[in-house]
Design a protein around this ligand. Sequence first.
Ligand code: D5M
Ligand code: FE
Ligand code: ZN
Length: 530
Amino acid sequence: MPLETSSRVVQALTRRGYNAEREAVTLIAESSTPELALEAAIETAPEDALVLTVDHVREALDAEPVPDPEQVDGAARSTESAAAASSEPTNDAVNSDPSVSTGVSGGGSPHGTGAVPDETEGNTVVDRSPQAPVVANDMTGASTGTGAYDEFVGVFRDRYERLSGQLRGRVNHRPADSIEAMGGGADVELIGLVNDIRSTASGHWLVELEDTTGTFPCLVMKDRDIADLVDELLMDECIAVTGTLADDAGIVFVDAIHFPDVPRTHRPNTADRHVQAALVSDVHVGSQEFLADAWGRFADWLHTEEAEHVEYLLIAGDMVEGVGVYPNQDEELDIIDIYEQYETFSEHLKQVPGDMEIVMIPGNHDAVRLAEPQPGFDEELRGIMSAHDPQIVSNPAMVDVEGVNVLMYHGVSLDEVIAELPEEKASYDEPHKAMYQLLKKRHVAPQFGGKTRVAPEERDYLVIDEVPDVFHTGHVHKLGWGKYHNVLAVNSGCWQAQTDFQKSVNIDPDVAHAPILDLDTLDMTVRKFA
Ligand code: D5M
Ligand code: FE
Ligand code: ZN
C-alpha cells in the first residue's frame, strides 16, 4: 500500500507499535519513497523507542539511498493535492513553504534538510513545543482514607472551613450554638452546610444549616424571590444566609442566600501565544459502540496543517469501557479484559501526533477506585499507556496549560445535579448549565451519599479553591459549552454510540465531537468527526 499520506504513515507506524511526532510523520510522507523512509526511520530509532522523533527520521533521510525530502517537495505536494480526504497531510507547511511559516521573517537561512524551522530567526521567537502542563492538587499517591467514620467527619470539617472561608468576606458569621442566645428580632448571618431541606405544611421551605458547633433551622418564605434559589440547593453544599431571628429565637427568617460562587469580576488567564487544546472525554475503548473510525479521523486531522496549533489533548475520563460498571454491561463489550482494553486504547492514542502533550484523568469506567477524588492510574496501567508519556493525574485536577487554569473533572455529579434541579437550571441537553451550578457551589460533587461516591480524605479535594479559567467535564456524553462569570465550561461529548441502556432511557449521546479551545482567547470551535 502506498504511503503517500500522513494518515497512512501514522497507521503504518501505529501498527508497528510506534507513536510519532507530527513533524516526523510529515517528513516521511513528504519523501519520494515514504515506505523506504519509514523503514529507514524505524531502523534508525533505538529499539526501545516508543516515539519516532523528527531526529530519527532526519538521520534516516540523511543516509542514502532515501532522497532528501526537500528535493522532492514539489512531487510530494502534487501527490497531496490529488488526494481527496481532508485528512491528508498539510501540517508540514511551516517546514517547507516559507509563505505560510509563522513568526519567521522572510529571507532567513534555508531550513537545512527540511528540518524543524529555526524559529528564532528574525525578531520573534516562536515556541512550537508544548510545555508540560503543571498540575495542582493531584492527589495520586496521597490518599489517606480508610473509610472510618471520623474520617468522614474530618473531610466535612475541611469542606466547611474552606468554603465558609470563601463566604466570610461577605457575611459576619455567627456560630449556630450562639444564635439562640441573641434574642428575638436580631439580625443574623450564618454559614453552614445544608443538612436538610423540607417543605412546611404551608409550603414554605425549612433549610437546616450545620456548622462546626451545631445546626440551625432557617425558613425561606414561599412568596419571596429567594424561594427560587431553594430549588438550586443540594444537600451538603455550603451556603450563607442572612435574616432575622424569630421572637422565640428558634428559627431564622431568611432574607438572602449567598453561594461561595465565582466573582463576576473574574478575569481569566490566557496563553501568550496562539496555541490550542483539544478537550475530549469518554472514549470507551472496549465497548462495541466505541467509534474507532471517528477517532481515527480525529487523530488524522490532528496531523494536518489546520491542526498545527493544537498542541494539547485533554481527556476527562472514561478512556475505556471497563468491566462490571453497570448491570449487563458485558453484553456490549468488544474486549472483555480490562488490560486489553487499555492496550487497545493506547494503540488509538498512538495515532495522535507524538509531539502533543496529553493530560488524562480517570472516570467511573476506568480501573481506579470509584469514590472521588479518584487517584490517577496505577503503575501497571501507566506502563500500558506510556507511549505518549501522558500526564496521568487524579479526578479532579487543576491543570495549568500555558498559563490557563483548566479544572478537569469527569462529571459523575452532573447526573445528580441534573436529577435534582429544575430543567431550566440543569439538563442533559445543556450540560454546561449543570456545570455552572458546580462553579457556583465551588465544589465538584457537593451531595454526599447519592450516586456520586465520595472518599474520606484529610482534605476535601473536591472543593474548588481557585477559580478556574476553563472547567472541562464529560460523563453525560452530551456536548455543551458556555461561560459562567467568565469561566468557560465545556462538556465534551463522547466517542461511544448509543448503548442499550441509553436507548432505554432516551439518552441521545453527542458523539465524535472535538471541542478545540484557543488558549490565547478562550474561544472555542467544535470539530465533528462522526
Ligand atoms: O455514563 C454516560 C451517561 O449515561 C451518564 O449520564 C450516566 C448514564 N448511564 C449510562 N449507563 C447507565 C446505567 N446503567 N445506569 C445509570 N446511568 C447510566 P457513563 O458512565 O459515562 O457510561
Ligand atoms: Fe462515559
Ligand atoms: Zn462516565
